[in-house]
Design a protein around this ligand. Structure first.
Ligand code: GLU
Length: 304
């Protein structure tokens, strides 16, 4: 007979996985709020993973700042924060696994050549042997198979890995592990079952499912929420000078995120403490009402 402790306590594990390229802005807050609400509405765990794989792009103190911002907004995570910088050996193991099975190859194509062939790599280095590994990236061989998944917001999404994506990079030329490999290794390690994140990452999902299949990892469910754009249609991001969120404006920010995520919070909620608003949001959360849009303007008038 199974003892009760053998039954998993949480069958839902969600996560928020910011890259510490700066403090949270309103765009990243949307992904935090949506993944948090979906996890809590499903009585699941919500993990936070800091994707600190690219030190040159990480201002000092950004990870701490992000965690402080989440704390101030009462977006409380379960368990310990996982830092990707502590997981390099695990990425190396996955890489060795792929390499022993000849599923990846070194590529020393110049930026100029890559630019000249367009967005899909033409396999030029696949069969070239004995490349000097200095200055080489590593690409995974993209087989011509269709990968389809059912997005929780947008429904079916399909790409042919070979013809529409091509051999993609898993270790960068500067020897840093690429996001695609690290994210797959860690989602499997943390037993993540649901990934709710911005629509800008939907094109990465077939790559990630492909790697999960090669590495024999389970595939989580995915939902991609609209990304917030400024009045020039640009994604809110550090490059476009998005302002870091100010936790003092927490109640208003949470209210605004709810509206953009398709919830209809009562007008009076706008100044209610964030914790109270989050409780309300968990009760009302419904993935079906999240707008099926790629982008949503920051200044979309509130439904009030
Ligand atoms: N670290 C990625 C980012 O901040 C997100 C990763 C993910 O949610 O898969 O854009």
């Amino acid at each position: 007979m199974n003892s009760p402790s053998a039954v998993p306590k949480h069958s839902y594990i969600g996560r928020f996985a910011p890259s510490p390229s700066g403090p949270l802005h309103f765009g990243s807050l949307m992904a935090a709020v949506a993944s948090y609400l979906d996890a809590k509405a499903n009585k699941g765990q919500w993990l936070v993973r800091i994707e600190d794989l690219d030190p040159p792009r990480e201002p000092k103190g950004a990870s701490e700042q992000i965690l402080e911002q989440l704390n101030a907004l009462k977006l409380e995570w379960d368990g310990e924060v996982l830092y990707q910088s502590s997981r390099l050996e695990n990425y190396m193991q996955a890489l060795n696994d792929l390499s022993e099975r000849n599923l990846c190859f070194q590529c020393n194509c110049s930026r100029k050549r890559i630019k000249s062939i367009g967005s899909i790599y033409d396999g030029y280095c696949r069969n070239r042997m004995n490349l000097d590994t200095k200055g080489c990236a590593i690409r995974v061989i993209a087989d011509e198979i269709d990968l389809e998944f059912k997005d929780l917001v947008h429904g079916n999404y399909k790409k042919n890995i070979g013809t529409e994506i091509g051999d993609f990079i898993i270790v960068r030329r500067d020897k840093l592990f690429a996001y695609q490999l690290a994210v797959v290794v860690d989602d499997a390690f943390q037993k993540v079952t649901h990934i709710i994140r911005g629509y800008d990452l939907i094109h990465s999902t077939p790559r990630q499912i492909y790697l999960q299949q090669l590495l024999n990892f389970p595939t989580p469910l995915y939902g991609h929420i609209p990304i917030v754009v400024n009045d020039q249609g640009q994604k809110l991001s550090k490059q476009h000078f998005a302002t870091p969120i100010d936790a003092k404006e927490g109640p208003e920010l949470i209210h605004r995120a709810f509206v953009l995520l398709g919830l209809s919070p009562p007008k009076g909620n706008k100044s209610a403490p964030v914790q109270e608003q989050l409780h309300w949001g968990i009760k009302k959360w419904d993935m079906q009402t999240v707008p099926k849009l790629a982008n949503i303007p920051e200044d979309k008038p509130a439904k009030e």
